[in-house]
Design a protein around this ligand. Structure first.
Ligand code: ADP
Ligand code: MG
Length: 256
């Protein structure tokens, strides 16, 4: 997934505050949102890989959706399909059967180019090992996904870094930052194009407990602006913190 960066991203048309406002009007315990209000959804998704020794079913008839403003943790043993599910959710991989729906619309009809654009406009990614460019400063890393777009994203990058508590580290390179600071730079970068969904692969995997909590608090603040967050994790901290946890076992998804 490293090759996905830099992302020439177009800013989303709708400020995420609209989503946050509509969410605030719902009762806090109301999870029965109309399904097409879910920014990202899988219905009946199966993913199979052909290998030398036969077919591997990595995902089996998975139904899953994330709501705006919600943090969902995906857990499961190694090889259970977590990375595959995140790749399908992130439009990086296509299902063998079933549908991926963005705001209720199937992405299957999109061309490769449209899929790439849609991904850049809709989905932010955060990785266990940060995926920052070592030679670039924090601001340069954060604005990188806008490199091929008109306009200067520096003010927005500064604003995002300030929001994640790094207003005094703007010109630091990754080797001048702690692990938690690096992950906060990566989170700021993931938000530069105002995504509806944030996908995180072991976001606390390389962090100590205290720093992990700080990063999770950051993720909560992002969800509170209306972003739907899906995090693959082995970390009990993340599942304690999530609104909801689902479990994959041999490609089959169940509520945990
Ligand atoms: P997890 O992230 O939970 O460890 P993965 O999604 O990486 O699991 O893998 C799920 C299953 O699919 C495993 O059996 C794995 O070996 C298989 N798999 C994943 N990617 C491929 C691939 N590109 N080709 C063949 N098999 C794959
Ligand atoms: Mg994996």
């Amino acid at each position: 997934m490293t090759s996905e960066y830099p992302h020439p991203n177009a800013p989303a048309e709708t400020p995420s505050t609209d989503v946050a406002d509509s969410r605030a009007l719902r009762p806090a315990d109301d999870r029965k949102v109309p399904s097409d209000s879910q920014p990202l959804r899988l219905t009946g998704v199966t993913k199979q890989y052909a290998t030398g020794i036969g077919t591997v079913t990595a995902l089996s008839n998975v139904d899953f959706g994330v709501n705006a403003g919600e943090v969902v943790a995906i857990v499961g043993p190694s090889g259970s399909g977590k990375s595959t599910m995140l790749n399908v959710l992130g439009l990086l991989d296509e299902p063998t059967a079933g549908s991926v729906l963005l705001h209720g619309d199937p992405v299957a009809g999109l061309t490769e180019r449209e899929r790439t654009d849609t991904r850049r406009e809709t989905i932010g990614f955060v990785f266990q090992d940060f995926h920052l460019i070592p030679s670039l400063t924090a601001v340069e890393n954060v604005r990188l996904p806008t490199a091929f777009l008109p306009g200067d994203a520096t003010p927005r990058a500064v604003d995002l870094l300030t929001r994640v508590g790094l207003g005094d580290r703007l010109d630091h390179t990754p080797n001048e930052l702690s692990g938690g600071q690096k992950q906060r730079v990566a989170i700021a970068r993931s938000l530069i194009n105002q995504p509806a969904v944030l996908l995180a692969d072991e976001p606390t995997g390389n962090l100590d407990t205290e720093t992990g909590i700080e990063v999770l608090e950051e993720i909560r603040r992002i969800a509170d602006t209306g972003v739907g967050v899906v995090a693959v994790t082995h970390d009990d901290l993340v599942t304690e913190f999530a609104d909801r946890t689902v479990e994959l076992v041999d490609g089959v998804l169940t509520d945990a």
